[in-house]
Design a protein around this ligand. Structure first.
Ligand code: ME8
Length: 665
């Protein structure tokens, strides 16, 4: 049987895991369990990304060495995976010698093949943000800070530029770095994706990657001088440099397969789950590294959506995270696993609310599947001496239930192959609901009253088989509860056969407490311990003056004449499209109809607080007479108004519907 290899991203150890991390890992675990259950040789890899500036900085803040920090933090991921019953086959840490060895070997090979070259790299360096910015970015940020136009030329002629992220000064710096000839792989990447359309899923994400590849691909800087960033893997041929985050991190997926060599057989069957935020890295960068290394790209990279809270991506930097431990304490690991997979189609975004969680817990788990298994063991206890009754003559209703079992399990199987957990579970629920309805229509209590013991046995046997099937399929999603229920029926392992004669006749059945207990309200512990969603999110917005300090409520403000205000022309605009900026995580690129012949392109620093999808169709307020400025290579022809200063809390929209291009004053 073909092997199956599934991976999650390796998570940064700069902070504790949250629901977003749990999501990808639960999804990977469900797939790994599913394929194991079907007898496929399976390998499931997860791990932690321990190098780079983020980790170095987090460690420094806490007065630890980066290694000490990584040692402490990676354990938090492992502990959560244990609580969530994650059965990974390997957990890789990028600071392990096996990984370093592989990365250095690969670098050496690429170096000898001529894939790497050294070149000067110049730009505006911000010590506070520890990164480079382009002329355009610094000019735009400085213009906003000074309130007057600033060109790149001005910056090179003495005007002090400011960092778009932190607002502090930047300096022109030239450093030599090592580059990977990624541009050489552009055609091959396009051809590979065209020949293997399934290699990037969902389809919309594949189209996004192809869109990215329509523009010329640049070479990729893969190093940092050790003098500036020491926490990385030294280049074997230039030890004064360390390799930079993505080259180091992405290679984990194959470095973990090096020993024992038999593991390498898994590589061609890789299914890599990632959040949509890191899709470009996992396709454009990763596939070209693999081409250069002489390896094939993974069979599929599947990008899932984001868990949002009040419309914003759940993220450590915003602080709007749900803590998985608190959810597990309140509902149990299986309920959390179920909710994550059942609530949202894999690939789309989902709003996380406690109300939705409680509702699903009560309806799907307590009422539907929990009630079914409870009835399946309570009735035999009352009337049949707690044993599995024999299979009897099947009526039309019984055969119909049997047909539902075949249909529902086939739907589950087909959808798991498509990585569509929600649809798979909905398919299975057809059987769960049919099982409960069957009990109601067959009324075993009446059969018992009438003394129709043979028919009573047949009905209860059918119900038990439905429970056996449902919990066997559920074993990949709710492993603990499935084990418990199957154990009550006398089974030591799941059995996926959808026919009704699999249980051992006469085997004792044990009846215990309900497997999922209905809850009347959101558990207190969650209401009190949940983080408060901050009203402002700490993202820098080029749309706001970057040097302006967060204004205290009653800060005195300098006054201007009406003529000054009148210079600013504001109009309403309808957002037609919204996409992530291909080169900047913080920026979104919008096309906005402001009542002119052609829509305008507007680049806004709101990616951390808005998902592109939710902006389409919204009416915004646009400064239409601001000089265009290039932001990371894309010209912005205007600016959106937003509240919250440099930490955008909300974009501004009109109170009542207005036509695009309406004057605002
Ligand atoms: O990006 N909703 O690590 P990371 C859904 N180290 N999933 C989410 C999420 C959310 N709100 N937030 C995080 C890194 N995730 C790199 C990866 S891989 C070679 C290197 C999940 O700790 C999702 O899988 O920031 C996302 O891709 C990942 O966590 C990012 O984790």
């Amino acid at each position: 049987m073909r092997p199956f290899y599934v991976t999650t991203p390796i998570y940064y150890v700069n902070d504790a895991p949250h629901i977003g991390h749990a999501y990808t890992t639960v999804a990977a675990d469900a797939l790994a369990r599913w394929h194991r259950l079907n007898g496929r040789p399976t390998f499931f890899l997860t791990g932690t990304d321990e190098h780079g500036q983020k980790v170095q900085r987090a460690a420094e803040k806490l007065g630890r060495t980066p290694q000490e920090h990584a040692d402490l933090m990676h354990v938090r991921f492992k502990a959560l995976w244990e609580r969530l019953d994650i059965q990974y086959d390997d957990f890789i840490r990028t600071t392990e010698p096996r990984h370093t060895r592989f990365v250095q070997g690969l670098l050496q090979k690429l170096y000898e093949q001529g894939e790497l070259y050294q070149a000067p790299y110049s730009g505006w360096y911000s010590t506070s943000a520890e990164r480079f910015w382009s002329d355009e970015e610094v000019a735009a940020a400085t213009a906003l800070a000074l309130g007057k136009p600033v060109t790149a030329e001005d910056l090179h002629n003495g005007v002090v530029g400011v960092c778009p992220d932190t607002g502090s000064g930047v300096e022109w710096l030239t450093e030599h770095n090592w580059f990977f000839r990624m541009s050489a792989y552009q055609d091959r990447l396009i051809a590979h994706i065209a020949e293997h359309p399934g290699c990037i899923q969902p389809d919309t994400r594949r189209n996004e990657v192809l869109g990215y590849l329509r523009k010329p691909l640049s070479d990729l800087c893969i190093s940092r001088p050790k003098s500036r960033l020491s926490w990385g893997i030294p280049l074997p041929f230039a030890p004064e440099y360390v390799t930079y985050v993505w080259f180091d991190a992405l290679t984990n997926y194959v470095s973990a397969l090096q020993e024992p060599p038999s593991r390498l057989a898994f590589w061609p069957e890789a299914l890599q789950l990632v959040g949509k935020d890191i899709l470009t890295f996992h396709t454009v960068y990763w596939f070209s590294f693999l081409f250069a290394a002489g390896l094939t790209p993974p069979k599929q990279v599947y990008a899932h959506g984001w868990w949002l809270m009040t419309g914003k991506k759940m993220s450590k930097s915003i602080g709007n995270v749900i803590k998985p431990d608190a959810m597990i304490d309140a509902y149990g690991a299986d309920a959390l696993r179920y909710f994550l997979l059942a609530a949202v189609p894999f690939g789309g975004d989902g709003e996380f609310t406690h109300e939705a969680f409680l509702h699903r817990f009560n309806s799907d788990l307590a009422n539907d599947v929990g009630n079914l298994s409870h009835r399946a063991t309570s009735m035999p206890e009352k009337w049949l001496g707690s044993v599995v009754p024999p299979v009897g003559v099947q009526t039309d209703e019984d055969l119909e239930l049997q047909a539902v079992a075949v249909r529902a399990t086939a739907a589950f199987r087909a959808n798991m192959d498509l990585v569509q957990f929600k649809a798979a579970l909905e398919g299975l629920w057809e059987l769960v609901r049919a099982g409960n309805k069957y009990i109601d229509s067959q009324a075993p209590w009446a059969l018992n009253k009438r003394g129709e013991t043979a028919r009573l046995g047949t009905v209860l046997r059918n119900v038990m088989e439905v429970v056996r099937i449902a919990y066997s399929y559920l074993a990949c999603v709710t492993p603990q509860k499935s084990r418990e229920v199957l154990d009550r029926l006398g089974l030591s392992a799941p059995d996926l056969d959808p026919t009704f004669d699999r249980l051992v006749t006469g085997h004792p059945v044990s009846h215990r407490d309900p497997i999922f207990l209905r809850l009347d309200a959101i558990p207190e512990s969650l209401v009190s311990t949940d983080p408060v969603v901050p009203t402002t999110a700490p993202v820098a917005a080029p749309a706001a003056p970057v040097t302006a300090p967060a204004a205290p409520v009653a800060a005195p403000v300098a006054q201007i004449e009406y003529e000054d205000f009148a210079k600013v022309q504001l109009r309403t605009g309808l957002v037609l499209t919204a996409d992530k900026h291909p080169k900047a995580d913080r920026l979104l690129v919008l096309t906005v109809d402001v009542g002119e012949e052609k829509p305008r392109t507007i680049v806004a620093g709101i990616a951390a607080v808005y998902d592109p999808v939710e902006l389409v169709g919204k009416t915004v307020i646009v400064v239409v007479n601001l000089k265009p400025a290039k932001l990371r290579g894309i010209e912005s022809q205007g600016m959106l108004l937003a509240a919250g200063g440099s930490d955008v809390a909300s974009i501004l929209t009109p109170y009542r519907p207005v036509v695009p291009g309406s004057i605002v004053k």
